[in-house]
Design a protein around this ligand. Structure first.
Ligand code: TAP
Length: 488
């Protein structure tokens, strides 16, 4: 059953600055809360892909020469248009992704914030004059936009993860072809519709829907795409790195397996609130979700009792009908299956179930991908929940005796995206922030990413940064101009 918000976008691509019916294979898109079909995508064909890239190249010649002030103005306009339609765009997101409407609305507003942030940054990109080894020379280091960007994005934050790439690209003077996740295409098309209203040149932004292995891979392999900006799993990120047939810039924002350390000096209530928020928000489908918690033994039983209570109190609902529910449906069957598998593995190996462990009961939950926020205690690194990314509403907890042990356990992972700690001891704060091998460390809070600080992973969590000035610099080449002027 198509929804009024979705039907104008169903079967469309965004090419040449407008929504265009696609001719490729149709793939049904479902509402994960009900299992109902809400629309379909038309898989972009090789002709569509070539068209998008070629129009992006043409638009790049114009857009890269537009003044930063004019780029900023267009981005501010885009931010205003998006914010003005936050309710409509949120509905589209909830229908395809499952998160509660209020949370979807918050994400749309953060997308608008990204537009304004990068609009402001656009006019602050400057070069440098570098001292020379001989008199009469001057070295200018200038920044030039890379060119055509291929953006490939996942389904958990269907607006923000496009927005960071879109806004930074456009601010830098690049043009962009976006391949959103197959299960959340309509938010991307809704964003593109705003792009056309904001007055960017035709072809500066395109959206190609379809399977990642076909449409995404075609962008990776396309000889005229200069950079791939990818967010998704480490496995697909590695595949992209290995199969990219020519030298091109890659930024890879990948998976995580994020730890939290709670020492005996922590404010327990704050730590429990933080663990609940970052463990279960968006049904744990966040790259920076807390997957595993290490708690100092003297406060362990108190902490797990409080966390169990807090997890049990979370309201699960259909995101459209219960806009202010704490969590909605999971986005598809796949992460739910993995959550169940990690839970079964933990329980088999001796973990103690503290909260959740099953789908909520009732007719309202019968056909959607619902699950109760779930916590398990007494976990070890033999269990998948502690060493793999669950990407679902499951948190594993284990006690520790010394801070060195906790830090070693926290670092015992191939990932390095985000980490968390609660402590009120200055020495512990300093030691933890210095020794955790992660791109983001949040102490006494769980909001590891803010718009104006760099956000990126290390190790198998990726290369490159989004957010902040660093996120913008990912879209530039540096050029060194060495000039002899003879004035000494
Ligand atoms: P993936 O399966 O990796 O998919 C991400 C995107 O890549 C989708 O658009 C997918 O298309 C596409 N894709 C799949 N195979 C491809 C290929 N061979 N070539 C090019 N593109 C391809 O990830 P997911 O399941 O959507 O998202 C969850 C993962 O993303 C988690 O690991 C999570 O941690 C990570 N993530 C990381 C971050 C940051 S900032 N580090 C943020 C959010 C999520 P289809 O949808 O059509 O398969």
């Amino acid at each position: 059953m198509s929804d009024d918000a979705i039907s104008p976008l169903s079967g469309m691509l965004f090419l040449g600055g407008e929504l265009t019916p696609g001719a490729g294979e149709r793939i049904t898109v479902e509402n994960p809360a009900t299992g109902e079909a809400i629309g379909e995508i038309a898989q972009a064909t090789p002709t569509d892909i070539d068209r998008a890239v070629s129009e992006a190249r043409t638009a790049f010649r114009e857009w890269s020469r537009v003044t930063p002030h004019a780029r900023a103005k267009a981005l501010h306009r885009l931010g205003e248009l998006i914010a003005a339609d936050a309710d409509g765009m949120a509905r589209i997101m909830t229908l395809e992704q499952g998160k509660p409407l209020n949370e979807a609305r918050g994400e749309i507003l953060k997308l608008a914030e990204a537009c304004h942030f990068y609009a402001e940054e656009a006019v602050r990109v400057h070069g440098e004059i570098v001292p020379n080894d001989k008199p009469g020379f001057q070295s200018l280091v200038v920044r030039e936009p890379i060119g055509v960007v291929g953006a490939i994005t996942p389904w958990n934050y269907p607006a923000e993860l496009i927005g960071w790439k879109l806004c930074a690209s456009l601010a830098a003077g690049c043009t962009i072809v976006i391949k959103p996740a197959e299960i959340t295409p309509f938010t991307a098309l809704a964003i593109a519709r705003k792009v056309s209203d904001a007055g960017f040149p035709e072809g500066a932004v395109s959206v190609l829907t379809g399977k990642g292995s076909i449409v995404g891979q075609a962008l990776v392999e396309h000889p005229d795409v200069d950079k791939i900006a990818f967010t998704g799993s480490s496995a697909v990120g590695l595949h992209i790195q290995q199969t990219c047939p020519r030298i091109k810039r890659l930024s890879l924002e990948l998976g995580g397996n994020c730890p939290m350390i709670v020492t005996a000096t922590a404010d327990l209530d704050m730590a429990v609130a933080g663990a609940t928020r970052r463990g279960f928000r968006n049904m744990g489908q966040i790259c920076i979700a807390i997957n595993r918690i290490y708690v100092e033994r003297s406060i362990y039983e108190n902490f797990i009792a409080a966390l169990a209570k807090s997890a049990d109190a979370l309201v699960v609902g259909n995101g459209i009908e219960a806009p202010d529910a704490d969590v909605g449906a999971m986005a598809s069957a796949e992460p739910l299956t993995k959550t169940r598998e990690h839970l079964a593995d933990a329980l088999d190996k001796g973990a103690r179930l503290l909260a959740g462990g099953a789908a909520p009961e009732g007719e309202a939950f019968a056909r959607g991908h619902f699950f109760r926020p779930t916590a398990v205690a007494d976990c070890t690194h033999e269990m998948k929940v502690m060493i793999e990314e669950t990407f679902g509403p499951l948190v594993g907890i284990a006690p520790f005796d010394t801070l060195d042990e906790a830090i070693a356990l926290a670092n015992d992972t191939p990932y390095g995206l985000a980490s968390y700690a609660y402590t009120r001891d200055l020495f512990e704060v300093q030691k933890i922030s210095a020794e955790l091998d992660y791109g983001n460390v949040a102490i006494n809070n769980v909001d590891a990413g803010i718009m104006n600080a760099p956000y990126g992973g290390r190790k198998q969590s990726g290369v490159g940064y989004e957010h902040g000035r660093e996120g913008l610099l990912e879209y530039f080449n540096f050029k060194h101009v060495r000039l002899f002027h003879g004035v000494s």
